[in-house]
Design a protein around this ligand. Structure first.
Ligand code: HXC
Length: 258
């Protein structure tokens, strides 16, 4: 399918989506979000794909929602269109693992989309911020909620109230990103990481993802219960039998469901 705002390719079992509006620093216009949703749908439906990487350019993962496109919206437009919710949420509902590989600016909606992914790998040039306040609005796709859960109230509040950006080192220190790699190696490293995940048992990977996600949405008691039930469920898979037999037999597992 031809896309105008993204590039889509597969690298073995990994689906790679590259945001590609270089002249606008990958500002997230409606057409781009629509294409992103379609590409994610296609990778979800493709049995050959075990994990997804979402990236941008060296200068920008994405510099936010498209300010020029949204500038003229009325309250009624925003409300009736449920502006931002529609489409954007697709990133957070993907069931296969999705890694954000962030080089350069991840600002506003760009930071929010990165946080919708399962984890963020940062190039050493990455910069994260929620600058909406500087243009007279506030984050609308999870910035005040996910950022606060990831980095704590103080940092999230400062960033949302001042628009201050965080560099990659600070983002790693406070747990926003899982690790930093040299910018030039970022996409290869993300694909390598995604490929490692794609080599695991797919249903078990999906259970692990669901269980970690539950930690953000529930009490400890219910989260632990949910985890235990999923843990029990893994014993119904042939891949658990294979994984544990392979360990005992000192060989690599050959998971059937990947
Ligand atoms: C539309 C954008 C854009 C954006 C950059 N551009 N960000 N267009 N929407 N979010 C365009 C610029 O207008 C310019 O186009 C071109 O990209 C290059 O940008 P420059 O500003 O010239 O580059 P530079 O000087 O390097 O500065 C980079 C930057 C700056 C610091 C990232 O572009 C910037 O501050 N951008 C806006 C960041 C922001 O406020 N994001 C939050 C948006 S609100 P021309 O045509 O002039 O060359 C948001 C709300 C989300 O995301 C709510 C729910 C999703």
């Amino acid at each position: 399918m031809p896309y105008e705002n993204i590039l889509v390719e597969t690298r073995g079992r990994v689906g790679l989506i590259t945001l590609n509006r270089p002249k606008a620093l990958n500002a997230l216009c409606v057409a781009l979000i629509d294409e992103l949703g379609k590409a994610l749908d296609a990778f979800e439906a493709d049995d050959e794909i075990g994990a997804i990487v979402l990236t941008g350019s060296e200068k920008a993962f994405a510099a936010g929602a498209d300010i020029k496109e949204m500038a003229g919206k009325s309250y009624m437009d925003a409300y009736l269109q449920d502006f931002i919710t529609k489409g954007w949420q697709r990133v957070s509902t993907v069931r296969k693992p999705i890694i954000a590989a962030v080089n350069g600016y991840a600002l506003g909606g760009g930071c929010e989309v990165a946080m919708m992914c399962d984890f963020i790998l940062a190039g050493d040039t990455a910069k994260f911020g929620q600058p909406e306040i500087t243009i007279g609005t506030i984050p609308g796709a999870g910035g005040t909620q996910r950022l606060t859960r990831f980095v704590g109230k103080s940092k999230a509040m400062e960033m949302c109230l001042t628009g201050r950006q965080m560099d990659a080192a600070e983002a790693e220190r406070c747990g926003l990103v899982s690790r930093i790699v040299p910018a030039a190696d970022l996409v290869d490293e993300a694909v390598k990481t995604a490929d490692r995940i794609a080599g695991m048992s797919r249903p078990v990977v999906m259970m692990a993802k669901e269980a970690v996600d539950a930690a953000f949405d529930t009490t400890l008691t219910h989260g632990l219960m949910f985890e235990r039930r999923l843990f029990h469920s893994t014993f119904a898979t042939e891949d658990q039998k294979e994984g544990m037999s392979a360990f005992a037999e000192k060989r690599q597992p050959n998971f059937k469901n990947r």
